[in-house]
Design a protein around this ligand. Structure first.
Ligand code: APR
Length: 306
């Protein structure tokens, strides 16, 4: 065991309150692309032309197909040992709260207790009405509302190809959604065929994720603030697989430091968490799926092969 890991473990065992900020790198080993690193989604796509309310208003069919593809990728991915290690930590007696920027649902599928997991940027599998005043929400939707529309045989398409939430790649149309290819052409879907809100019956349904320019869910923010404003210190902040590029999520690390937390960063990019430079008490360079189970082993035991 390295001296650094030894040192981290001795602090971990004395920690009473731990908080974690989780980013796309946590799910990288599960095969899901990150956003800004190599192969990142925002490297092949312009985030502002997809992940914004304006983009959805301008071309809801394209935005929906982008999110349908991410839903399919997430459904076909599996939680990795880091998701399980964090879930086990959440079940331990240590007071722990995970602040996740991820929308892929993998922490939930690793049985991370919902009360110990705050989804700062929503969830790919929550649908909601695009009219905020309507307020309709449909949590845990995994039967894709758009891909079946895509399966409607376009002229010359194979009519037997049916897309389901679990086998995205059987349908030639879904392969066409390969968003890693910036030049891919998407089948066009008339807005009238896109999923509409069953409550107000006039606005489109949209993925329940936070888009750029939108505020984070107020109930989630209130829970996070309650955790930080408890009059006990925070002993440890885990910053896992995030570029710390997006606020207010990235700001929580400083909030934790202000409550006395020492900071452990897990990232293969030595430059990550640049804002934390000099404030990273431990920097574990590498894959979260490999490293986090070792870091948390004293509290969670062996989570491999869970
Ligand atoms: N293990 C740990 N970290 C990894 C791994 C891995 N196997 N692979 C990559 N990383 C790191 C990258 O070095 C990078 O620092 O994960 C980080 C991913 O950063 P981003 O792609 O920016 O993802 P994230 O920080 O989660 O983005 C924040 O931005 O696009 C919005 O709303 C979106 O929630 C997202 C937010």
């Amino acid at each position: 065991k390295s001296a650094m890991l030894e040192d981290f473990h001795s602090h971990l065992l004395k920690s009473r309150r731990i908080v974690a900020l989780l980013g796309a790198g946590l799910s990288a080993s599960s095969g899901l692309p990150t956003f800004r690193g190599a192969g990142g989604l925002w490297r092949t796509h312009d985030a502002t032309s997809i992940a914004t309310p304006q983009a959805f208003a301008a071309d809801p069919a394209f935005v929906w197909q982008f999110y349908s593809y991410r839903r399919h990728m997430a459904l076909n991915a599996k939680p990795n040992a880091a998701h399980y290690a964090l879930a086990q930590l959440a079940k331990s007696t240590t007071k722990f709260l995970a602040l996740s920027q991820n929308v892929d649902g993998l922490s939930q599928r690793a049985h991370h207790p919902p009360s110990k997991l705050k989804l700062l940027h929503g969830n790919l599998f929550d649908l909601k009405c695009s009219d905020a005043k309507c307020g309709y929400r449909e949590p845990n939707n995994t039967t894709d509302p758009v891909v079946p529309i895509l399966a409607i045989p376009q002229s010359g398409q194979d009519p037997t190809a049916t897309a389901t939430a679990t086998e995205p790649n059987t349908n030639p149309l879904i392969r066409g959604l390969d968003i890693s290819n910036p030049n891919h052409t998407l089948p066009s879907i008339p807005t009238a065929s896109l999923p509409h809100c069953p409550q107000c019956r006039k606005s489109l349904l949209r993925p329940g994720v936070v888009w750029f320019g939108e505020s984070l869910p107020t109930d989630v923010l209130a829970d996070v603030d309650a955790f930080f404003s408890a009059d006990e210190p925070i002993d440890l902040m885990l910053v896992v697989g995030t570029s710390s590029a997006v606020y207010p999520a990235a700001g929580y690390t400083q909030v934790a430091r202000n409550k006395g937390a020492r900071v452990a960063v897990v990232n293969p990019d030595p430059g990550s968490g640049r804002a934390l430079d000099g404030k990273r008490d431990w920097f574990f360079c590498g894959d979260a799926a490999e490293i986090l189970p070792e870091m948390l082993r004293p509290l969670v035991g062996d989570v491999r092969g869970v």
